[in-house]
Design a protein. Structure first.
Length: 262
């Protein structure tokens, strides 16, 4: 569901009534006459919808984590906030950048429109920038031939399944974050799909090696063996970027998660 488009249509609808009342209907009413309901309601909703539309389009947008692909950083049910201007100001609906502020950095957690279906929003971590050579082999990550350092942590307990996963602290650039690895999952990527610039990727029994094309990004989930990401469906184009995730503001199941994540 394209919520931004729905908001925009409601904004036009209520705004049209407010404008019509200002230039025509209001002048025809007698002094002290009550506004008809079909004028009063749209006029009342117009400023509220306008504020919500502007906040959501240019400042922050709420997002709910729908899957476990970003565990342990983000878990199912987390409500997070997404900074819409971190990477530049974009025109709502068409998502075209008009003011450049910054570019995505390795390690950022980013919300974007799923390349195969732009009506869906996905969230993953930025691993590769345009021009980077990404190799994920033997469940180890290499960026431009440099292995990204990681150290072991206590195993992670998945409460919903009573299952443990290997947990590591990985560092990508200046960002340190936790990742999960399943010992019994294969290193290969057996279900990779056709996608633009797939010829930039080489798949084998050890994993995958890709060169990120200009204007695209390589994304991966922190739950490495339980994430369908750029290894499977390809690169994310710049025009699909929604914003940078930065704050957990609620989780019905775990109230203590409030305020976590940066």
């Amino acid at each position: 569901m394209n919520f931004a488009l729905i908001l925009f249509v409601l904004l036009l609808f209520t705004g049209a009534f407010a404008l019509a009342d200002a230039v025509y209907f209001g002048r025809r009413r007698g002094k002290g006459d009550k506004e008809p309901w079909w004028i009063e309601y749209p006029k009342s909703f117009f400023p509220v919808i306008l504020i919500v539309f502007l906040l959501r389009s240019f400042l922050v947008e709420p997002f709910k984590i729908p899957s476990g692909s970003m565990v342990p950083t983000l878990v199912v049910g987390d409500f997070i906030l997404v900074n819409k201007f971190a990477y530049g100001v974009r025109i709502p609906i068409i998502n075209r950048k008009i003011i450049n502020i910054d570019e995505p950095k390795r390690g950022d957690v980013m919300v974007f429109r799923y390349p195969d279906d732009p009506s869906l929003d996905y969230i993953k971590r930025v691993i590769g920038l345009p021009g980077d050579r990404i190799m994920y082999a033997g469940k180890k990550l290499f960026i431009n031939s440099v292995e990204q350092p990681r150290k072991s942590m206590s195993d992670y307990l998945h409460r919903e399944r009573i299952h443990y996963s290997r947990q590591y602290r990985e560092k990508i650039g200046e960002v340190e974050h936790a990742i999960l690895i399943e010992d019994d999952a294969p290193a290969s990527i057996p279900f990779a799909r056709p996608f633009p610039y797939r010829e930039n990727c080489n798949y084998n029994m050890e994993g995958v090696t890709c060169t990120v094309p200009p204007g695209y990004y390589f994304m991966m989930g922190d739950n490495r063996d339980n994430s369908a990401d750029s290894r499977v469906w390809g690169f994310v184009p710049d025009e699909n970027i929604v914003g940078k995730a930065f704050f957990i503001w609620f989780n019905f199941s775990e109230l203590k998660r409030f305020g976590g994540f940066k």
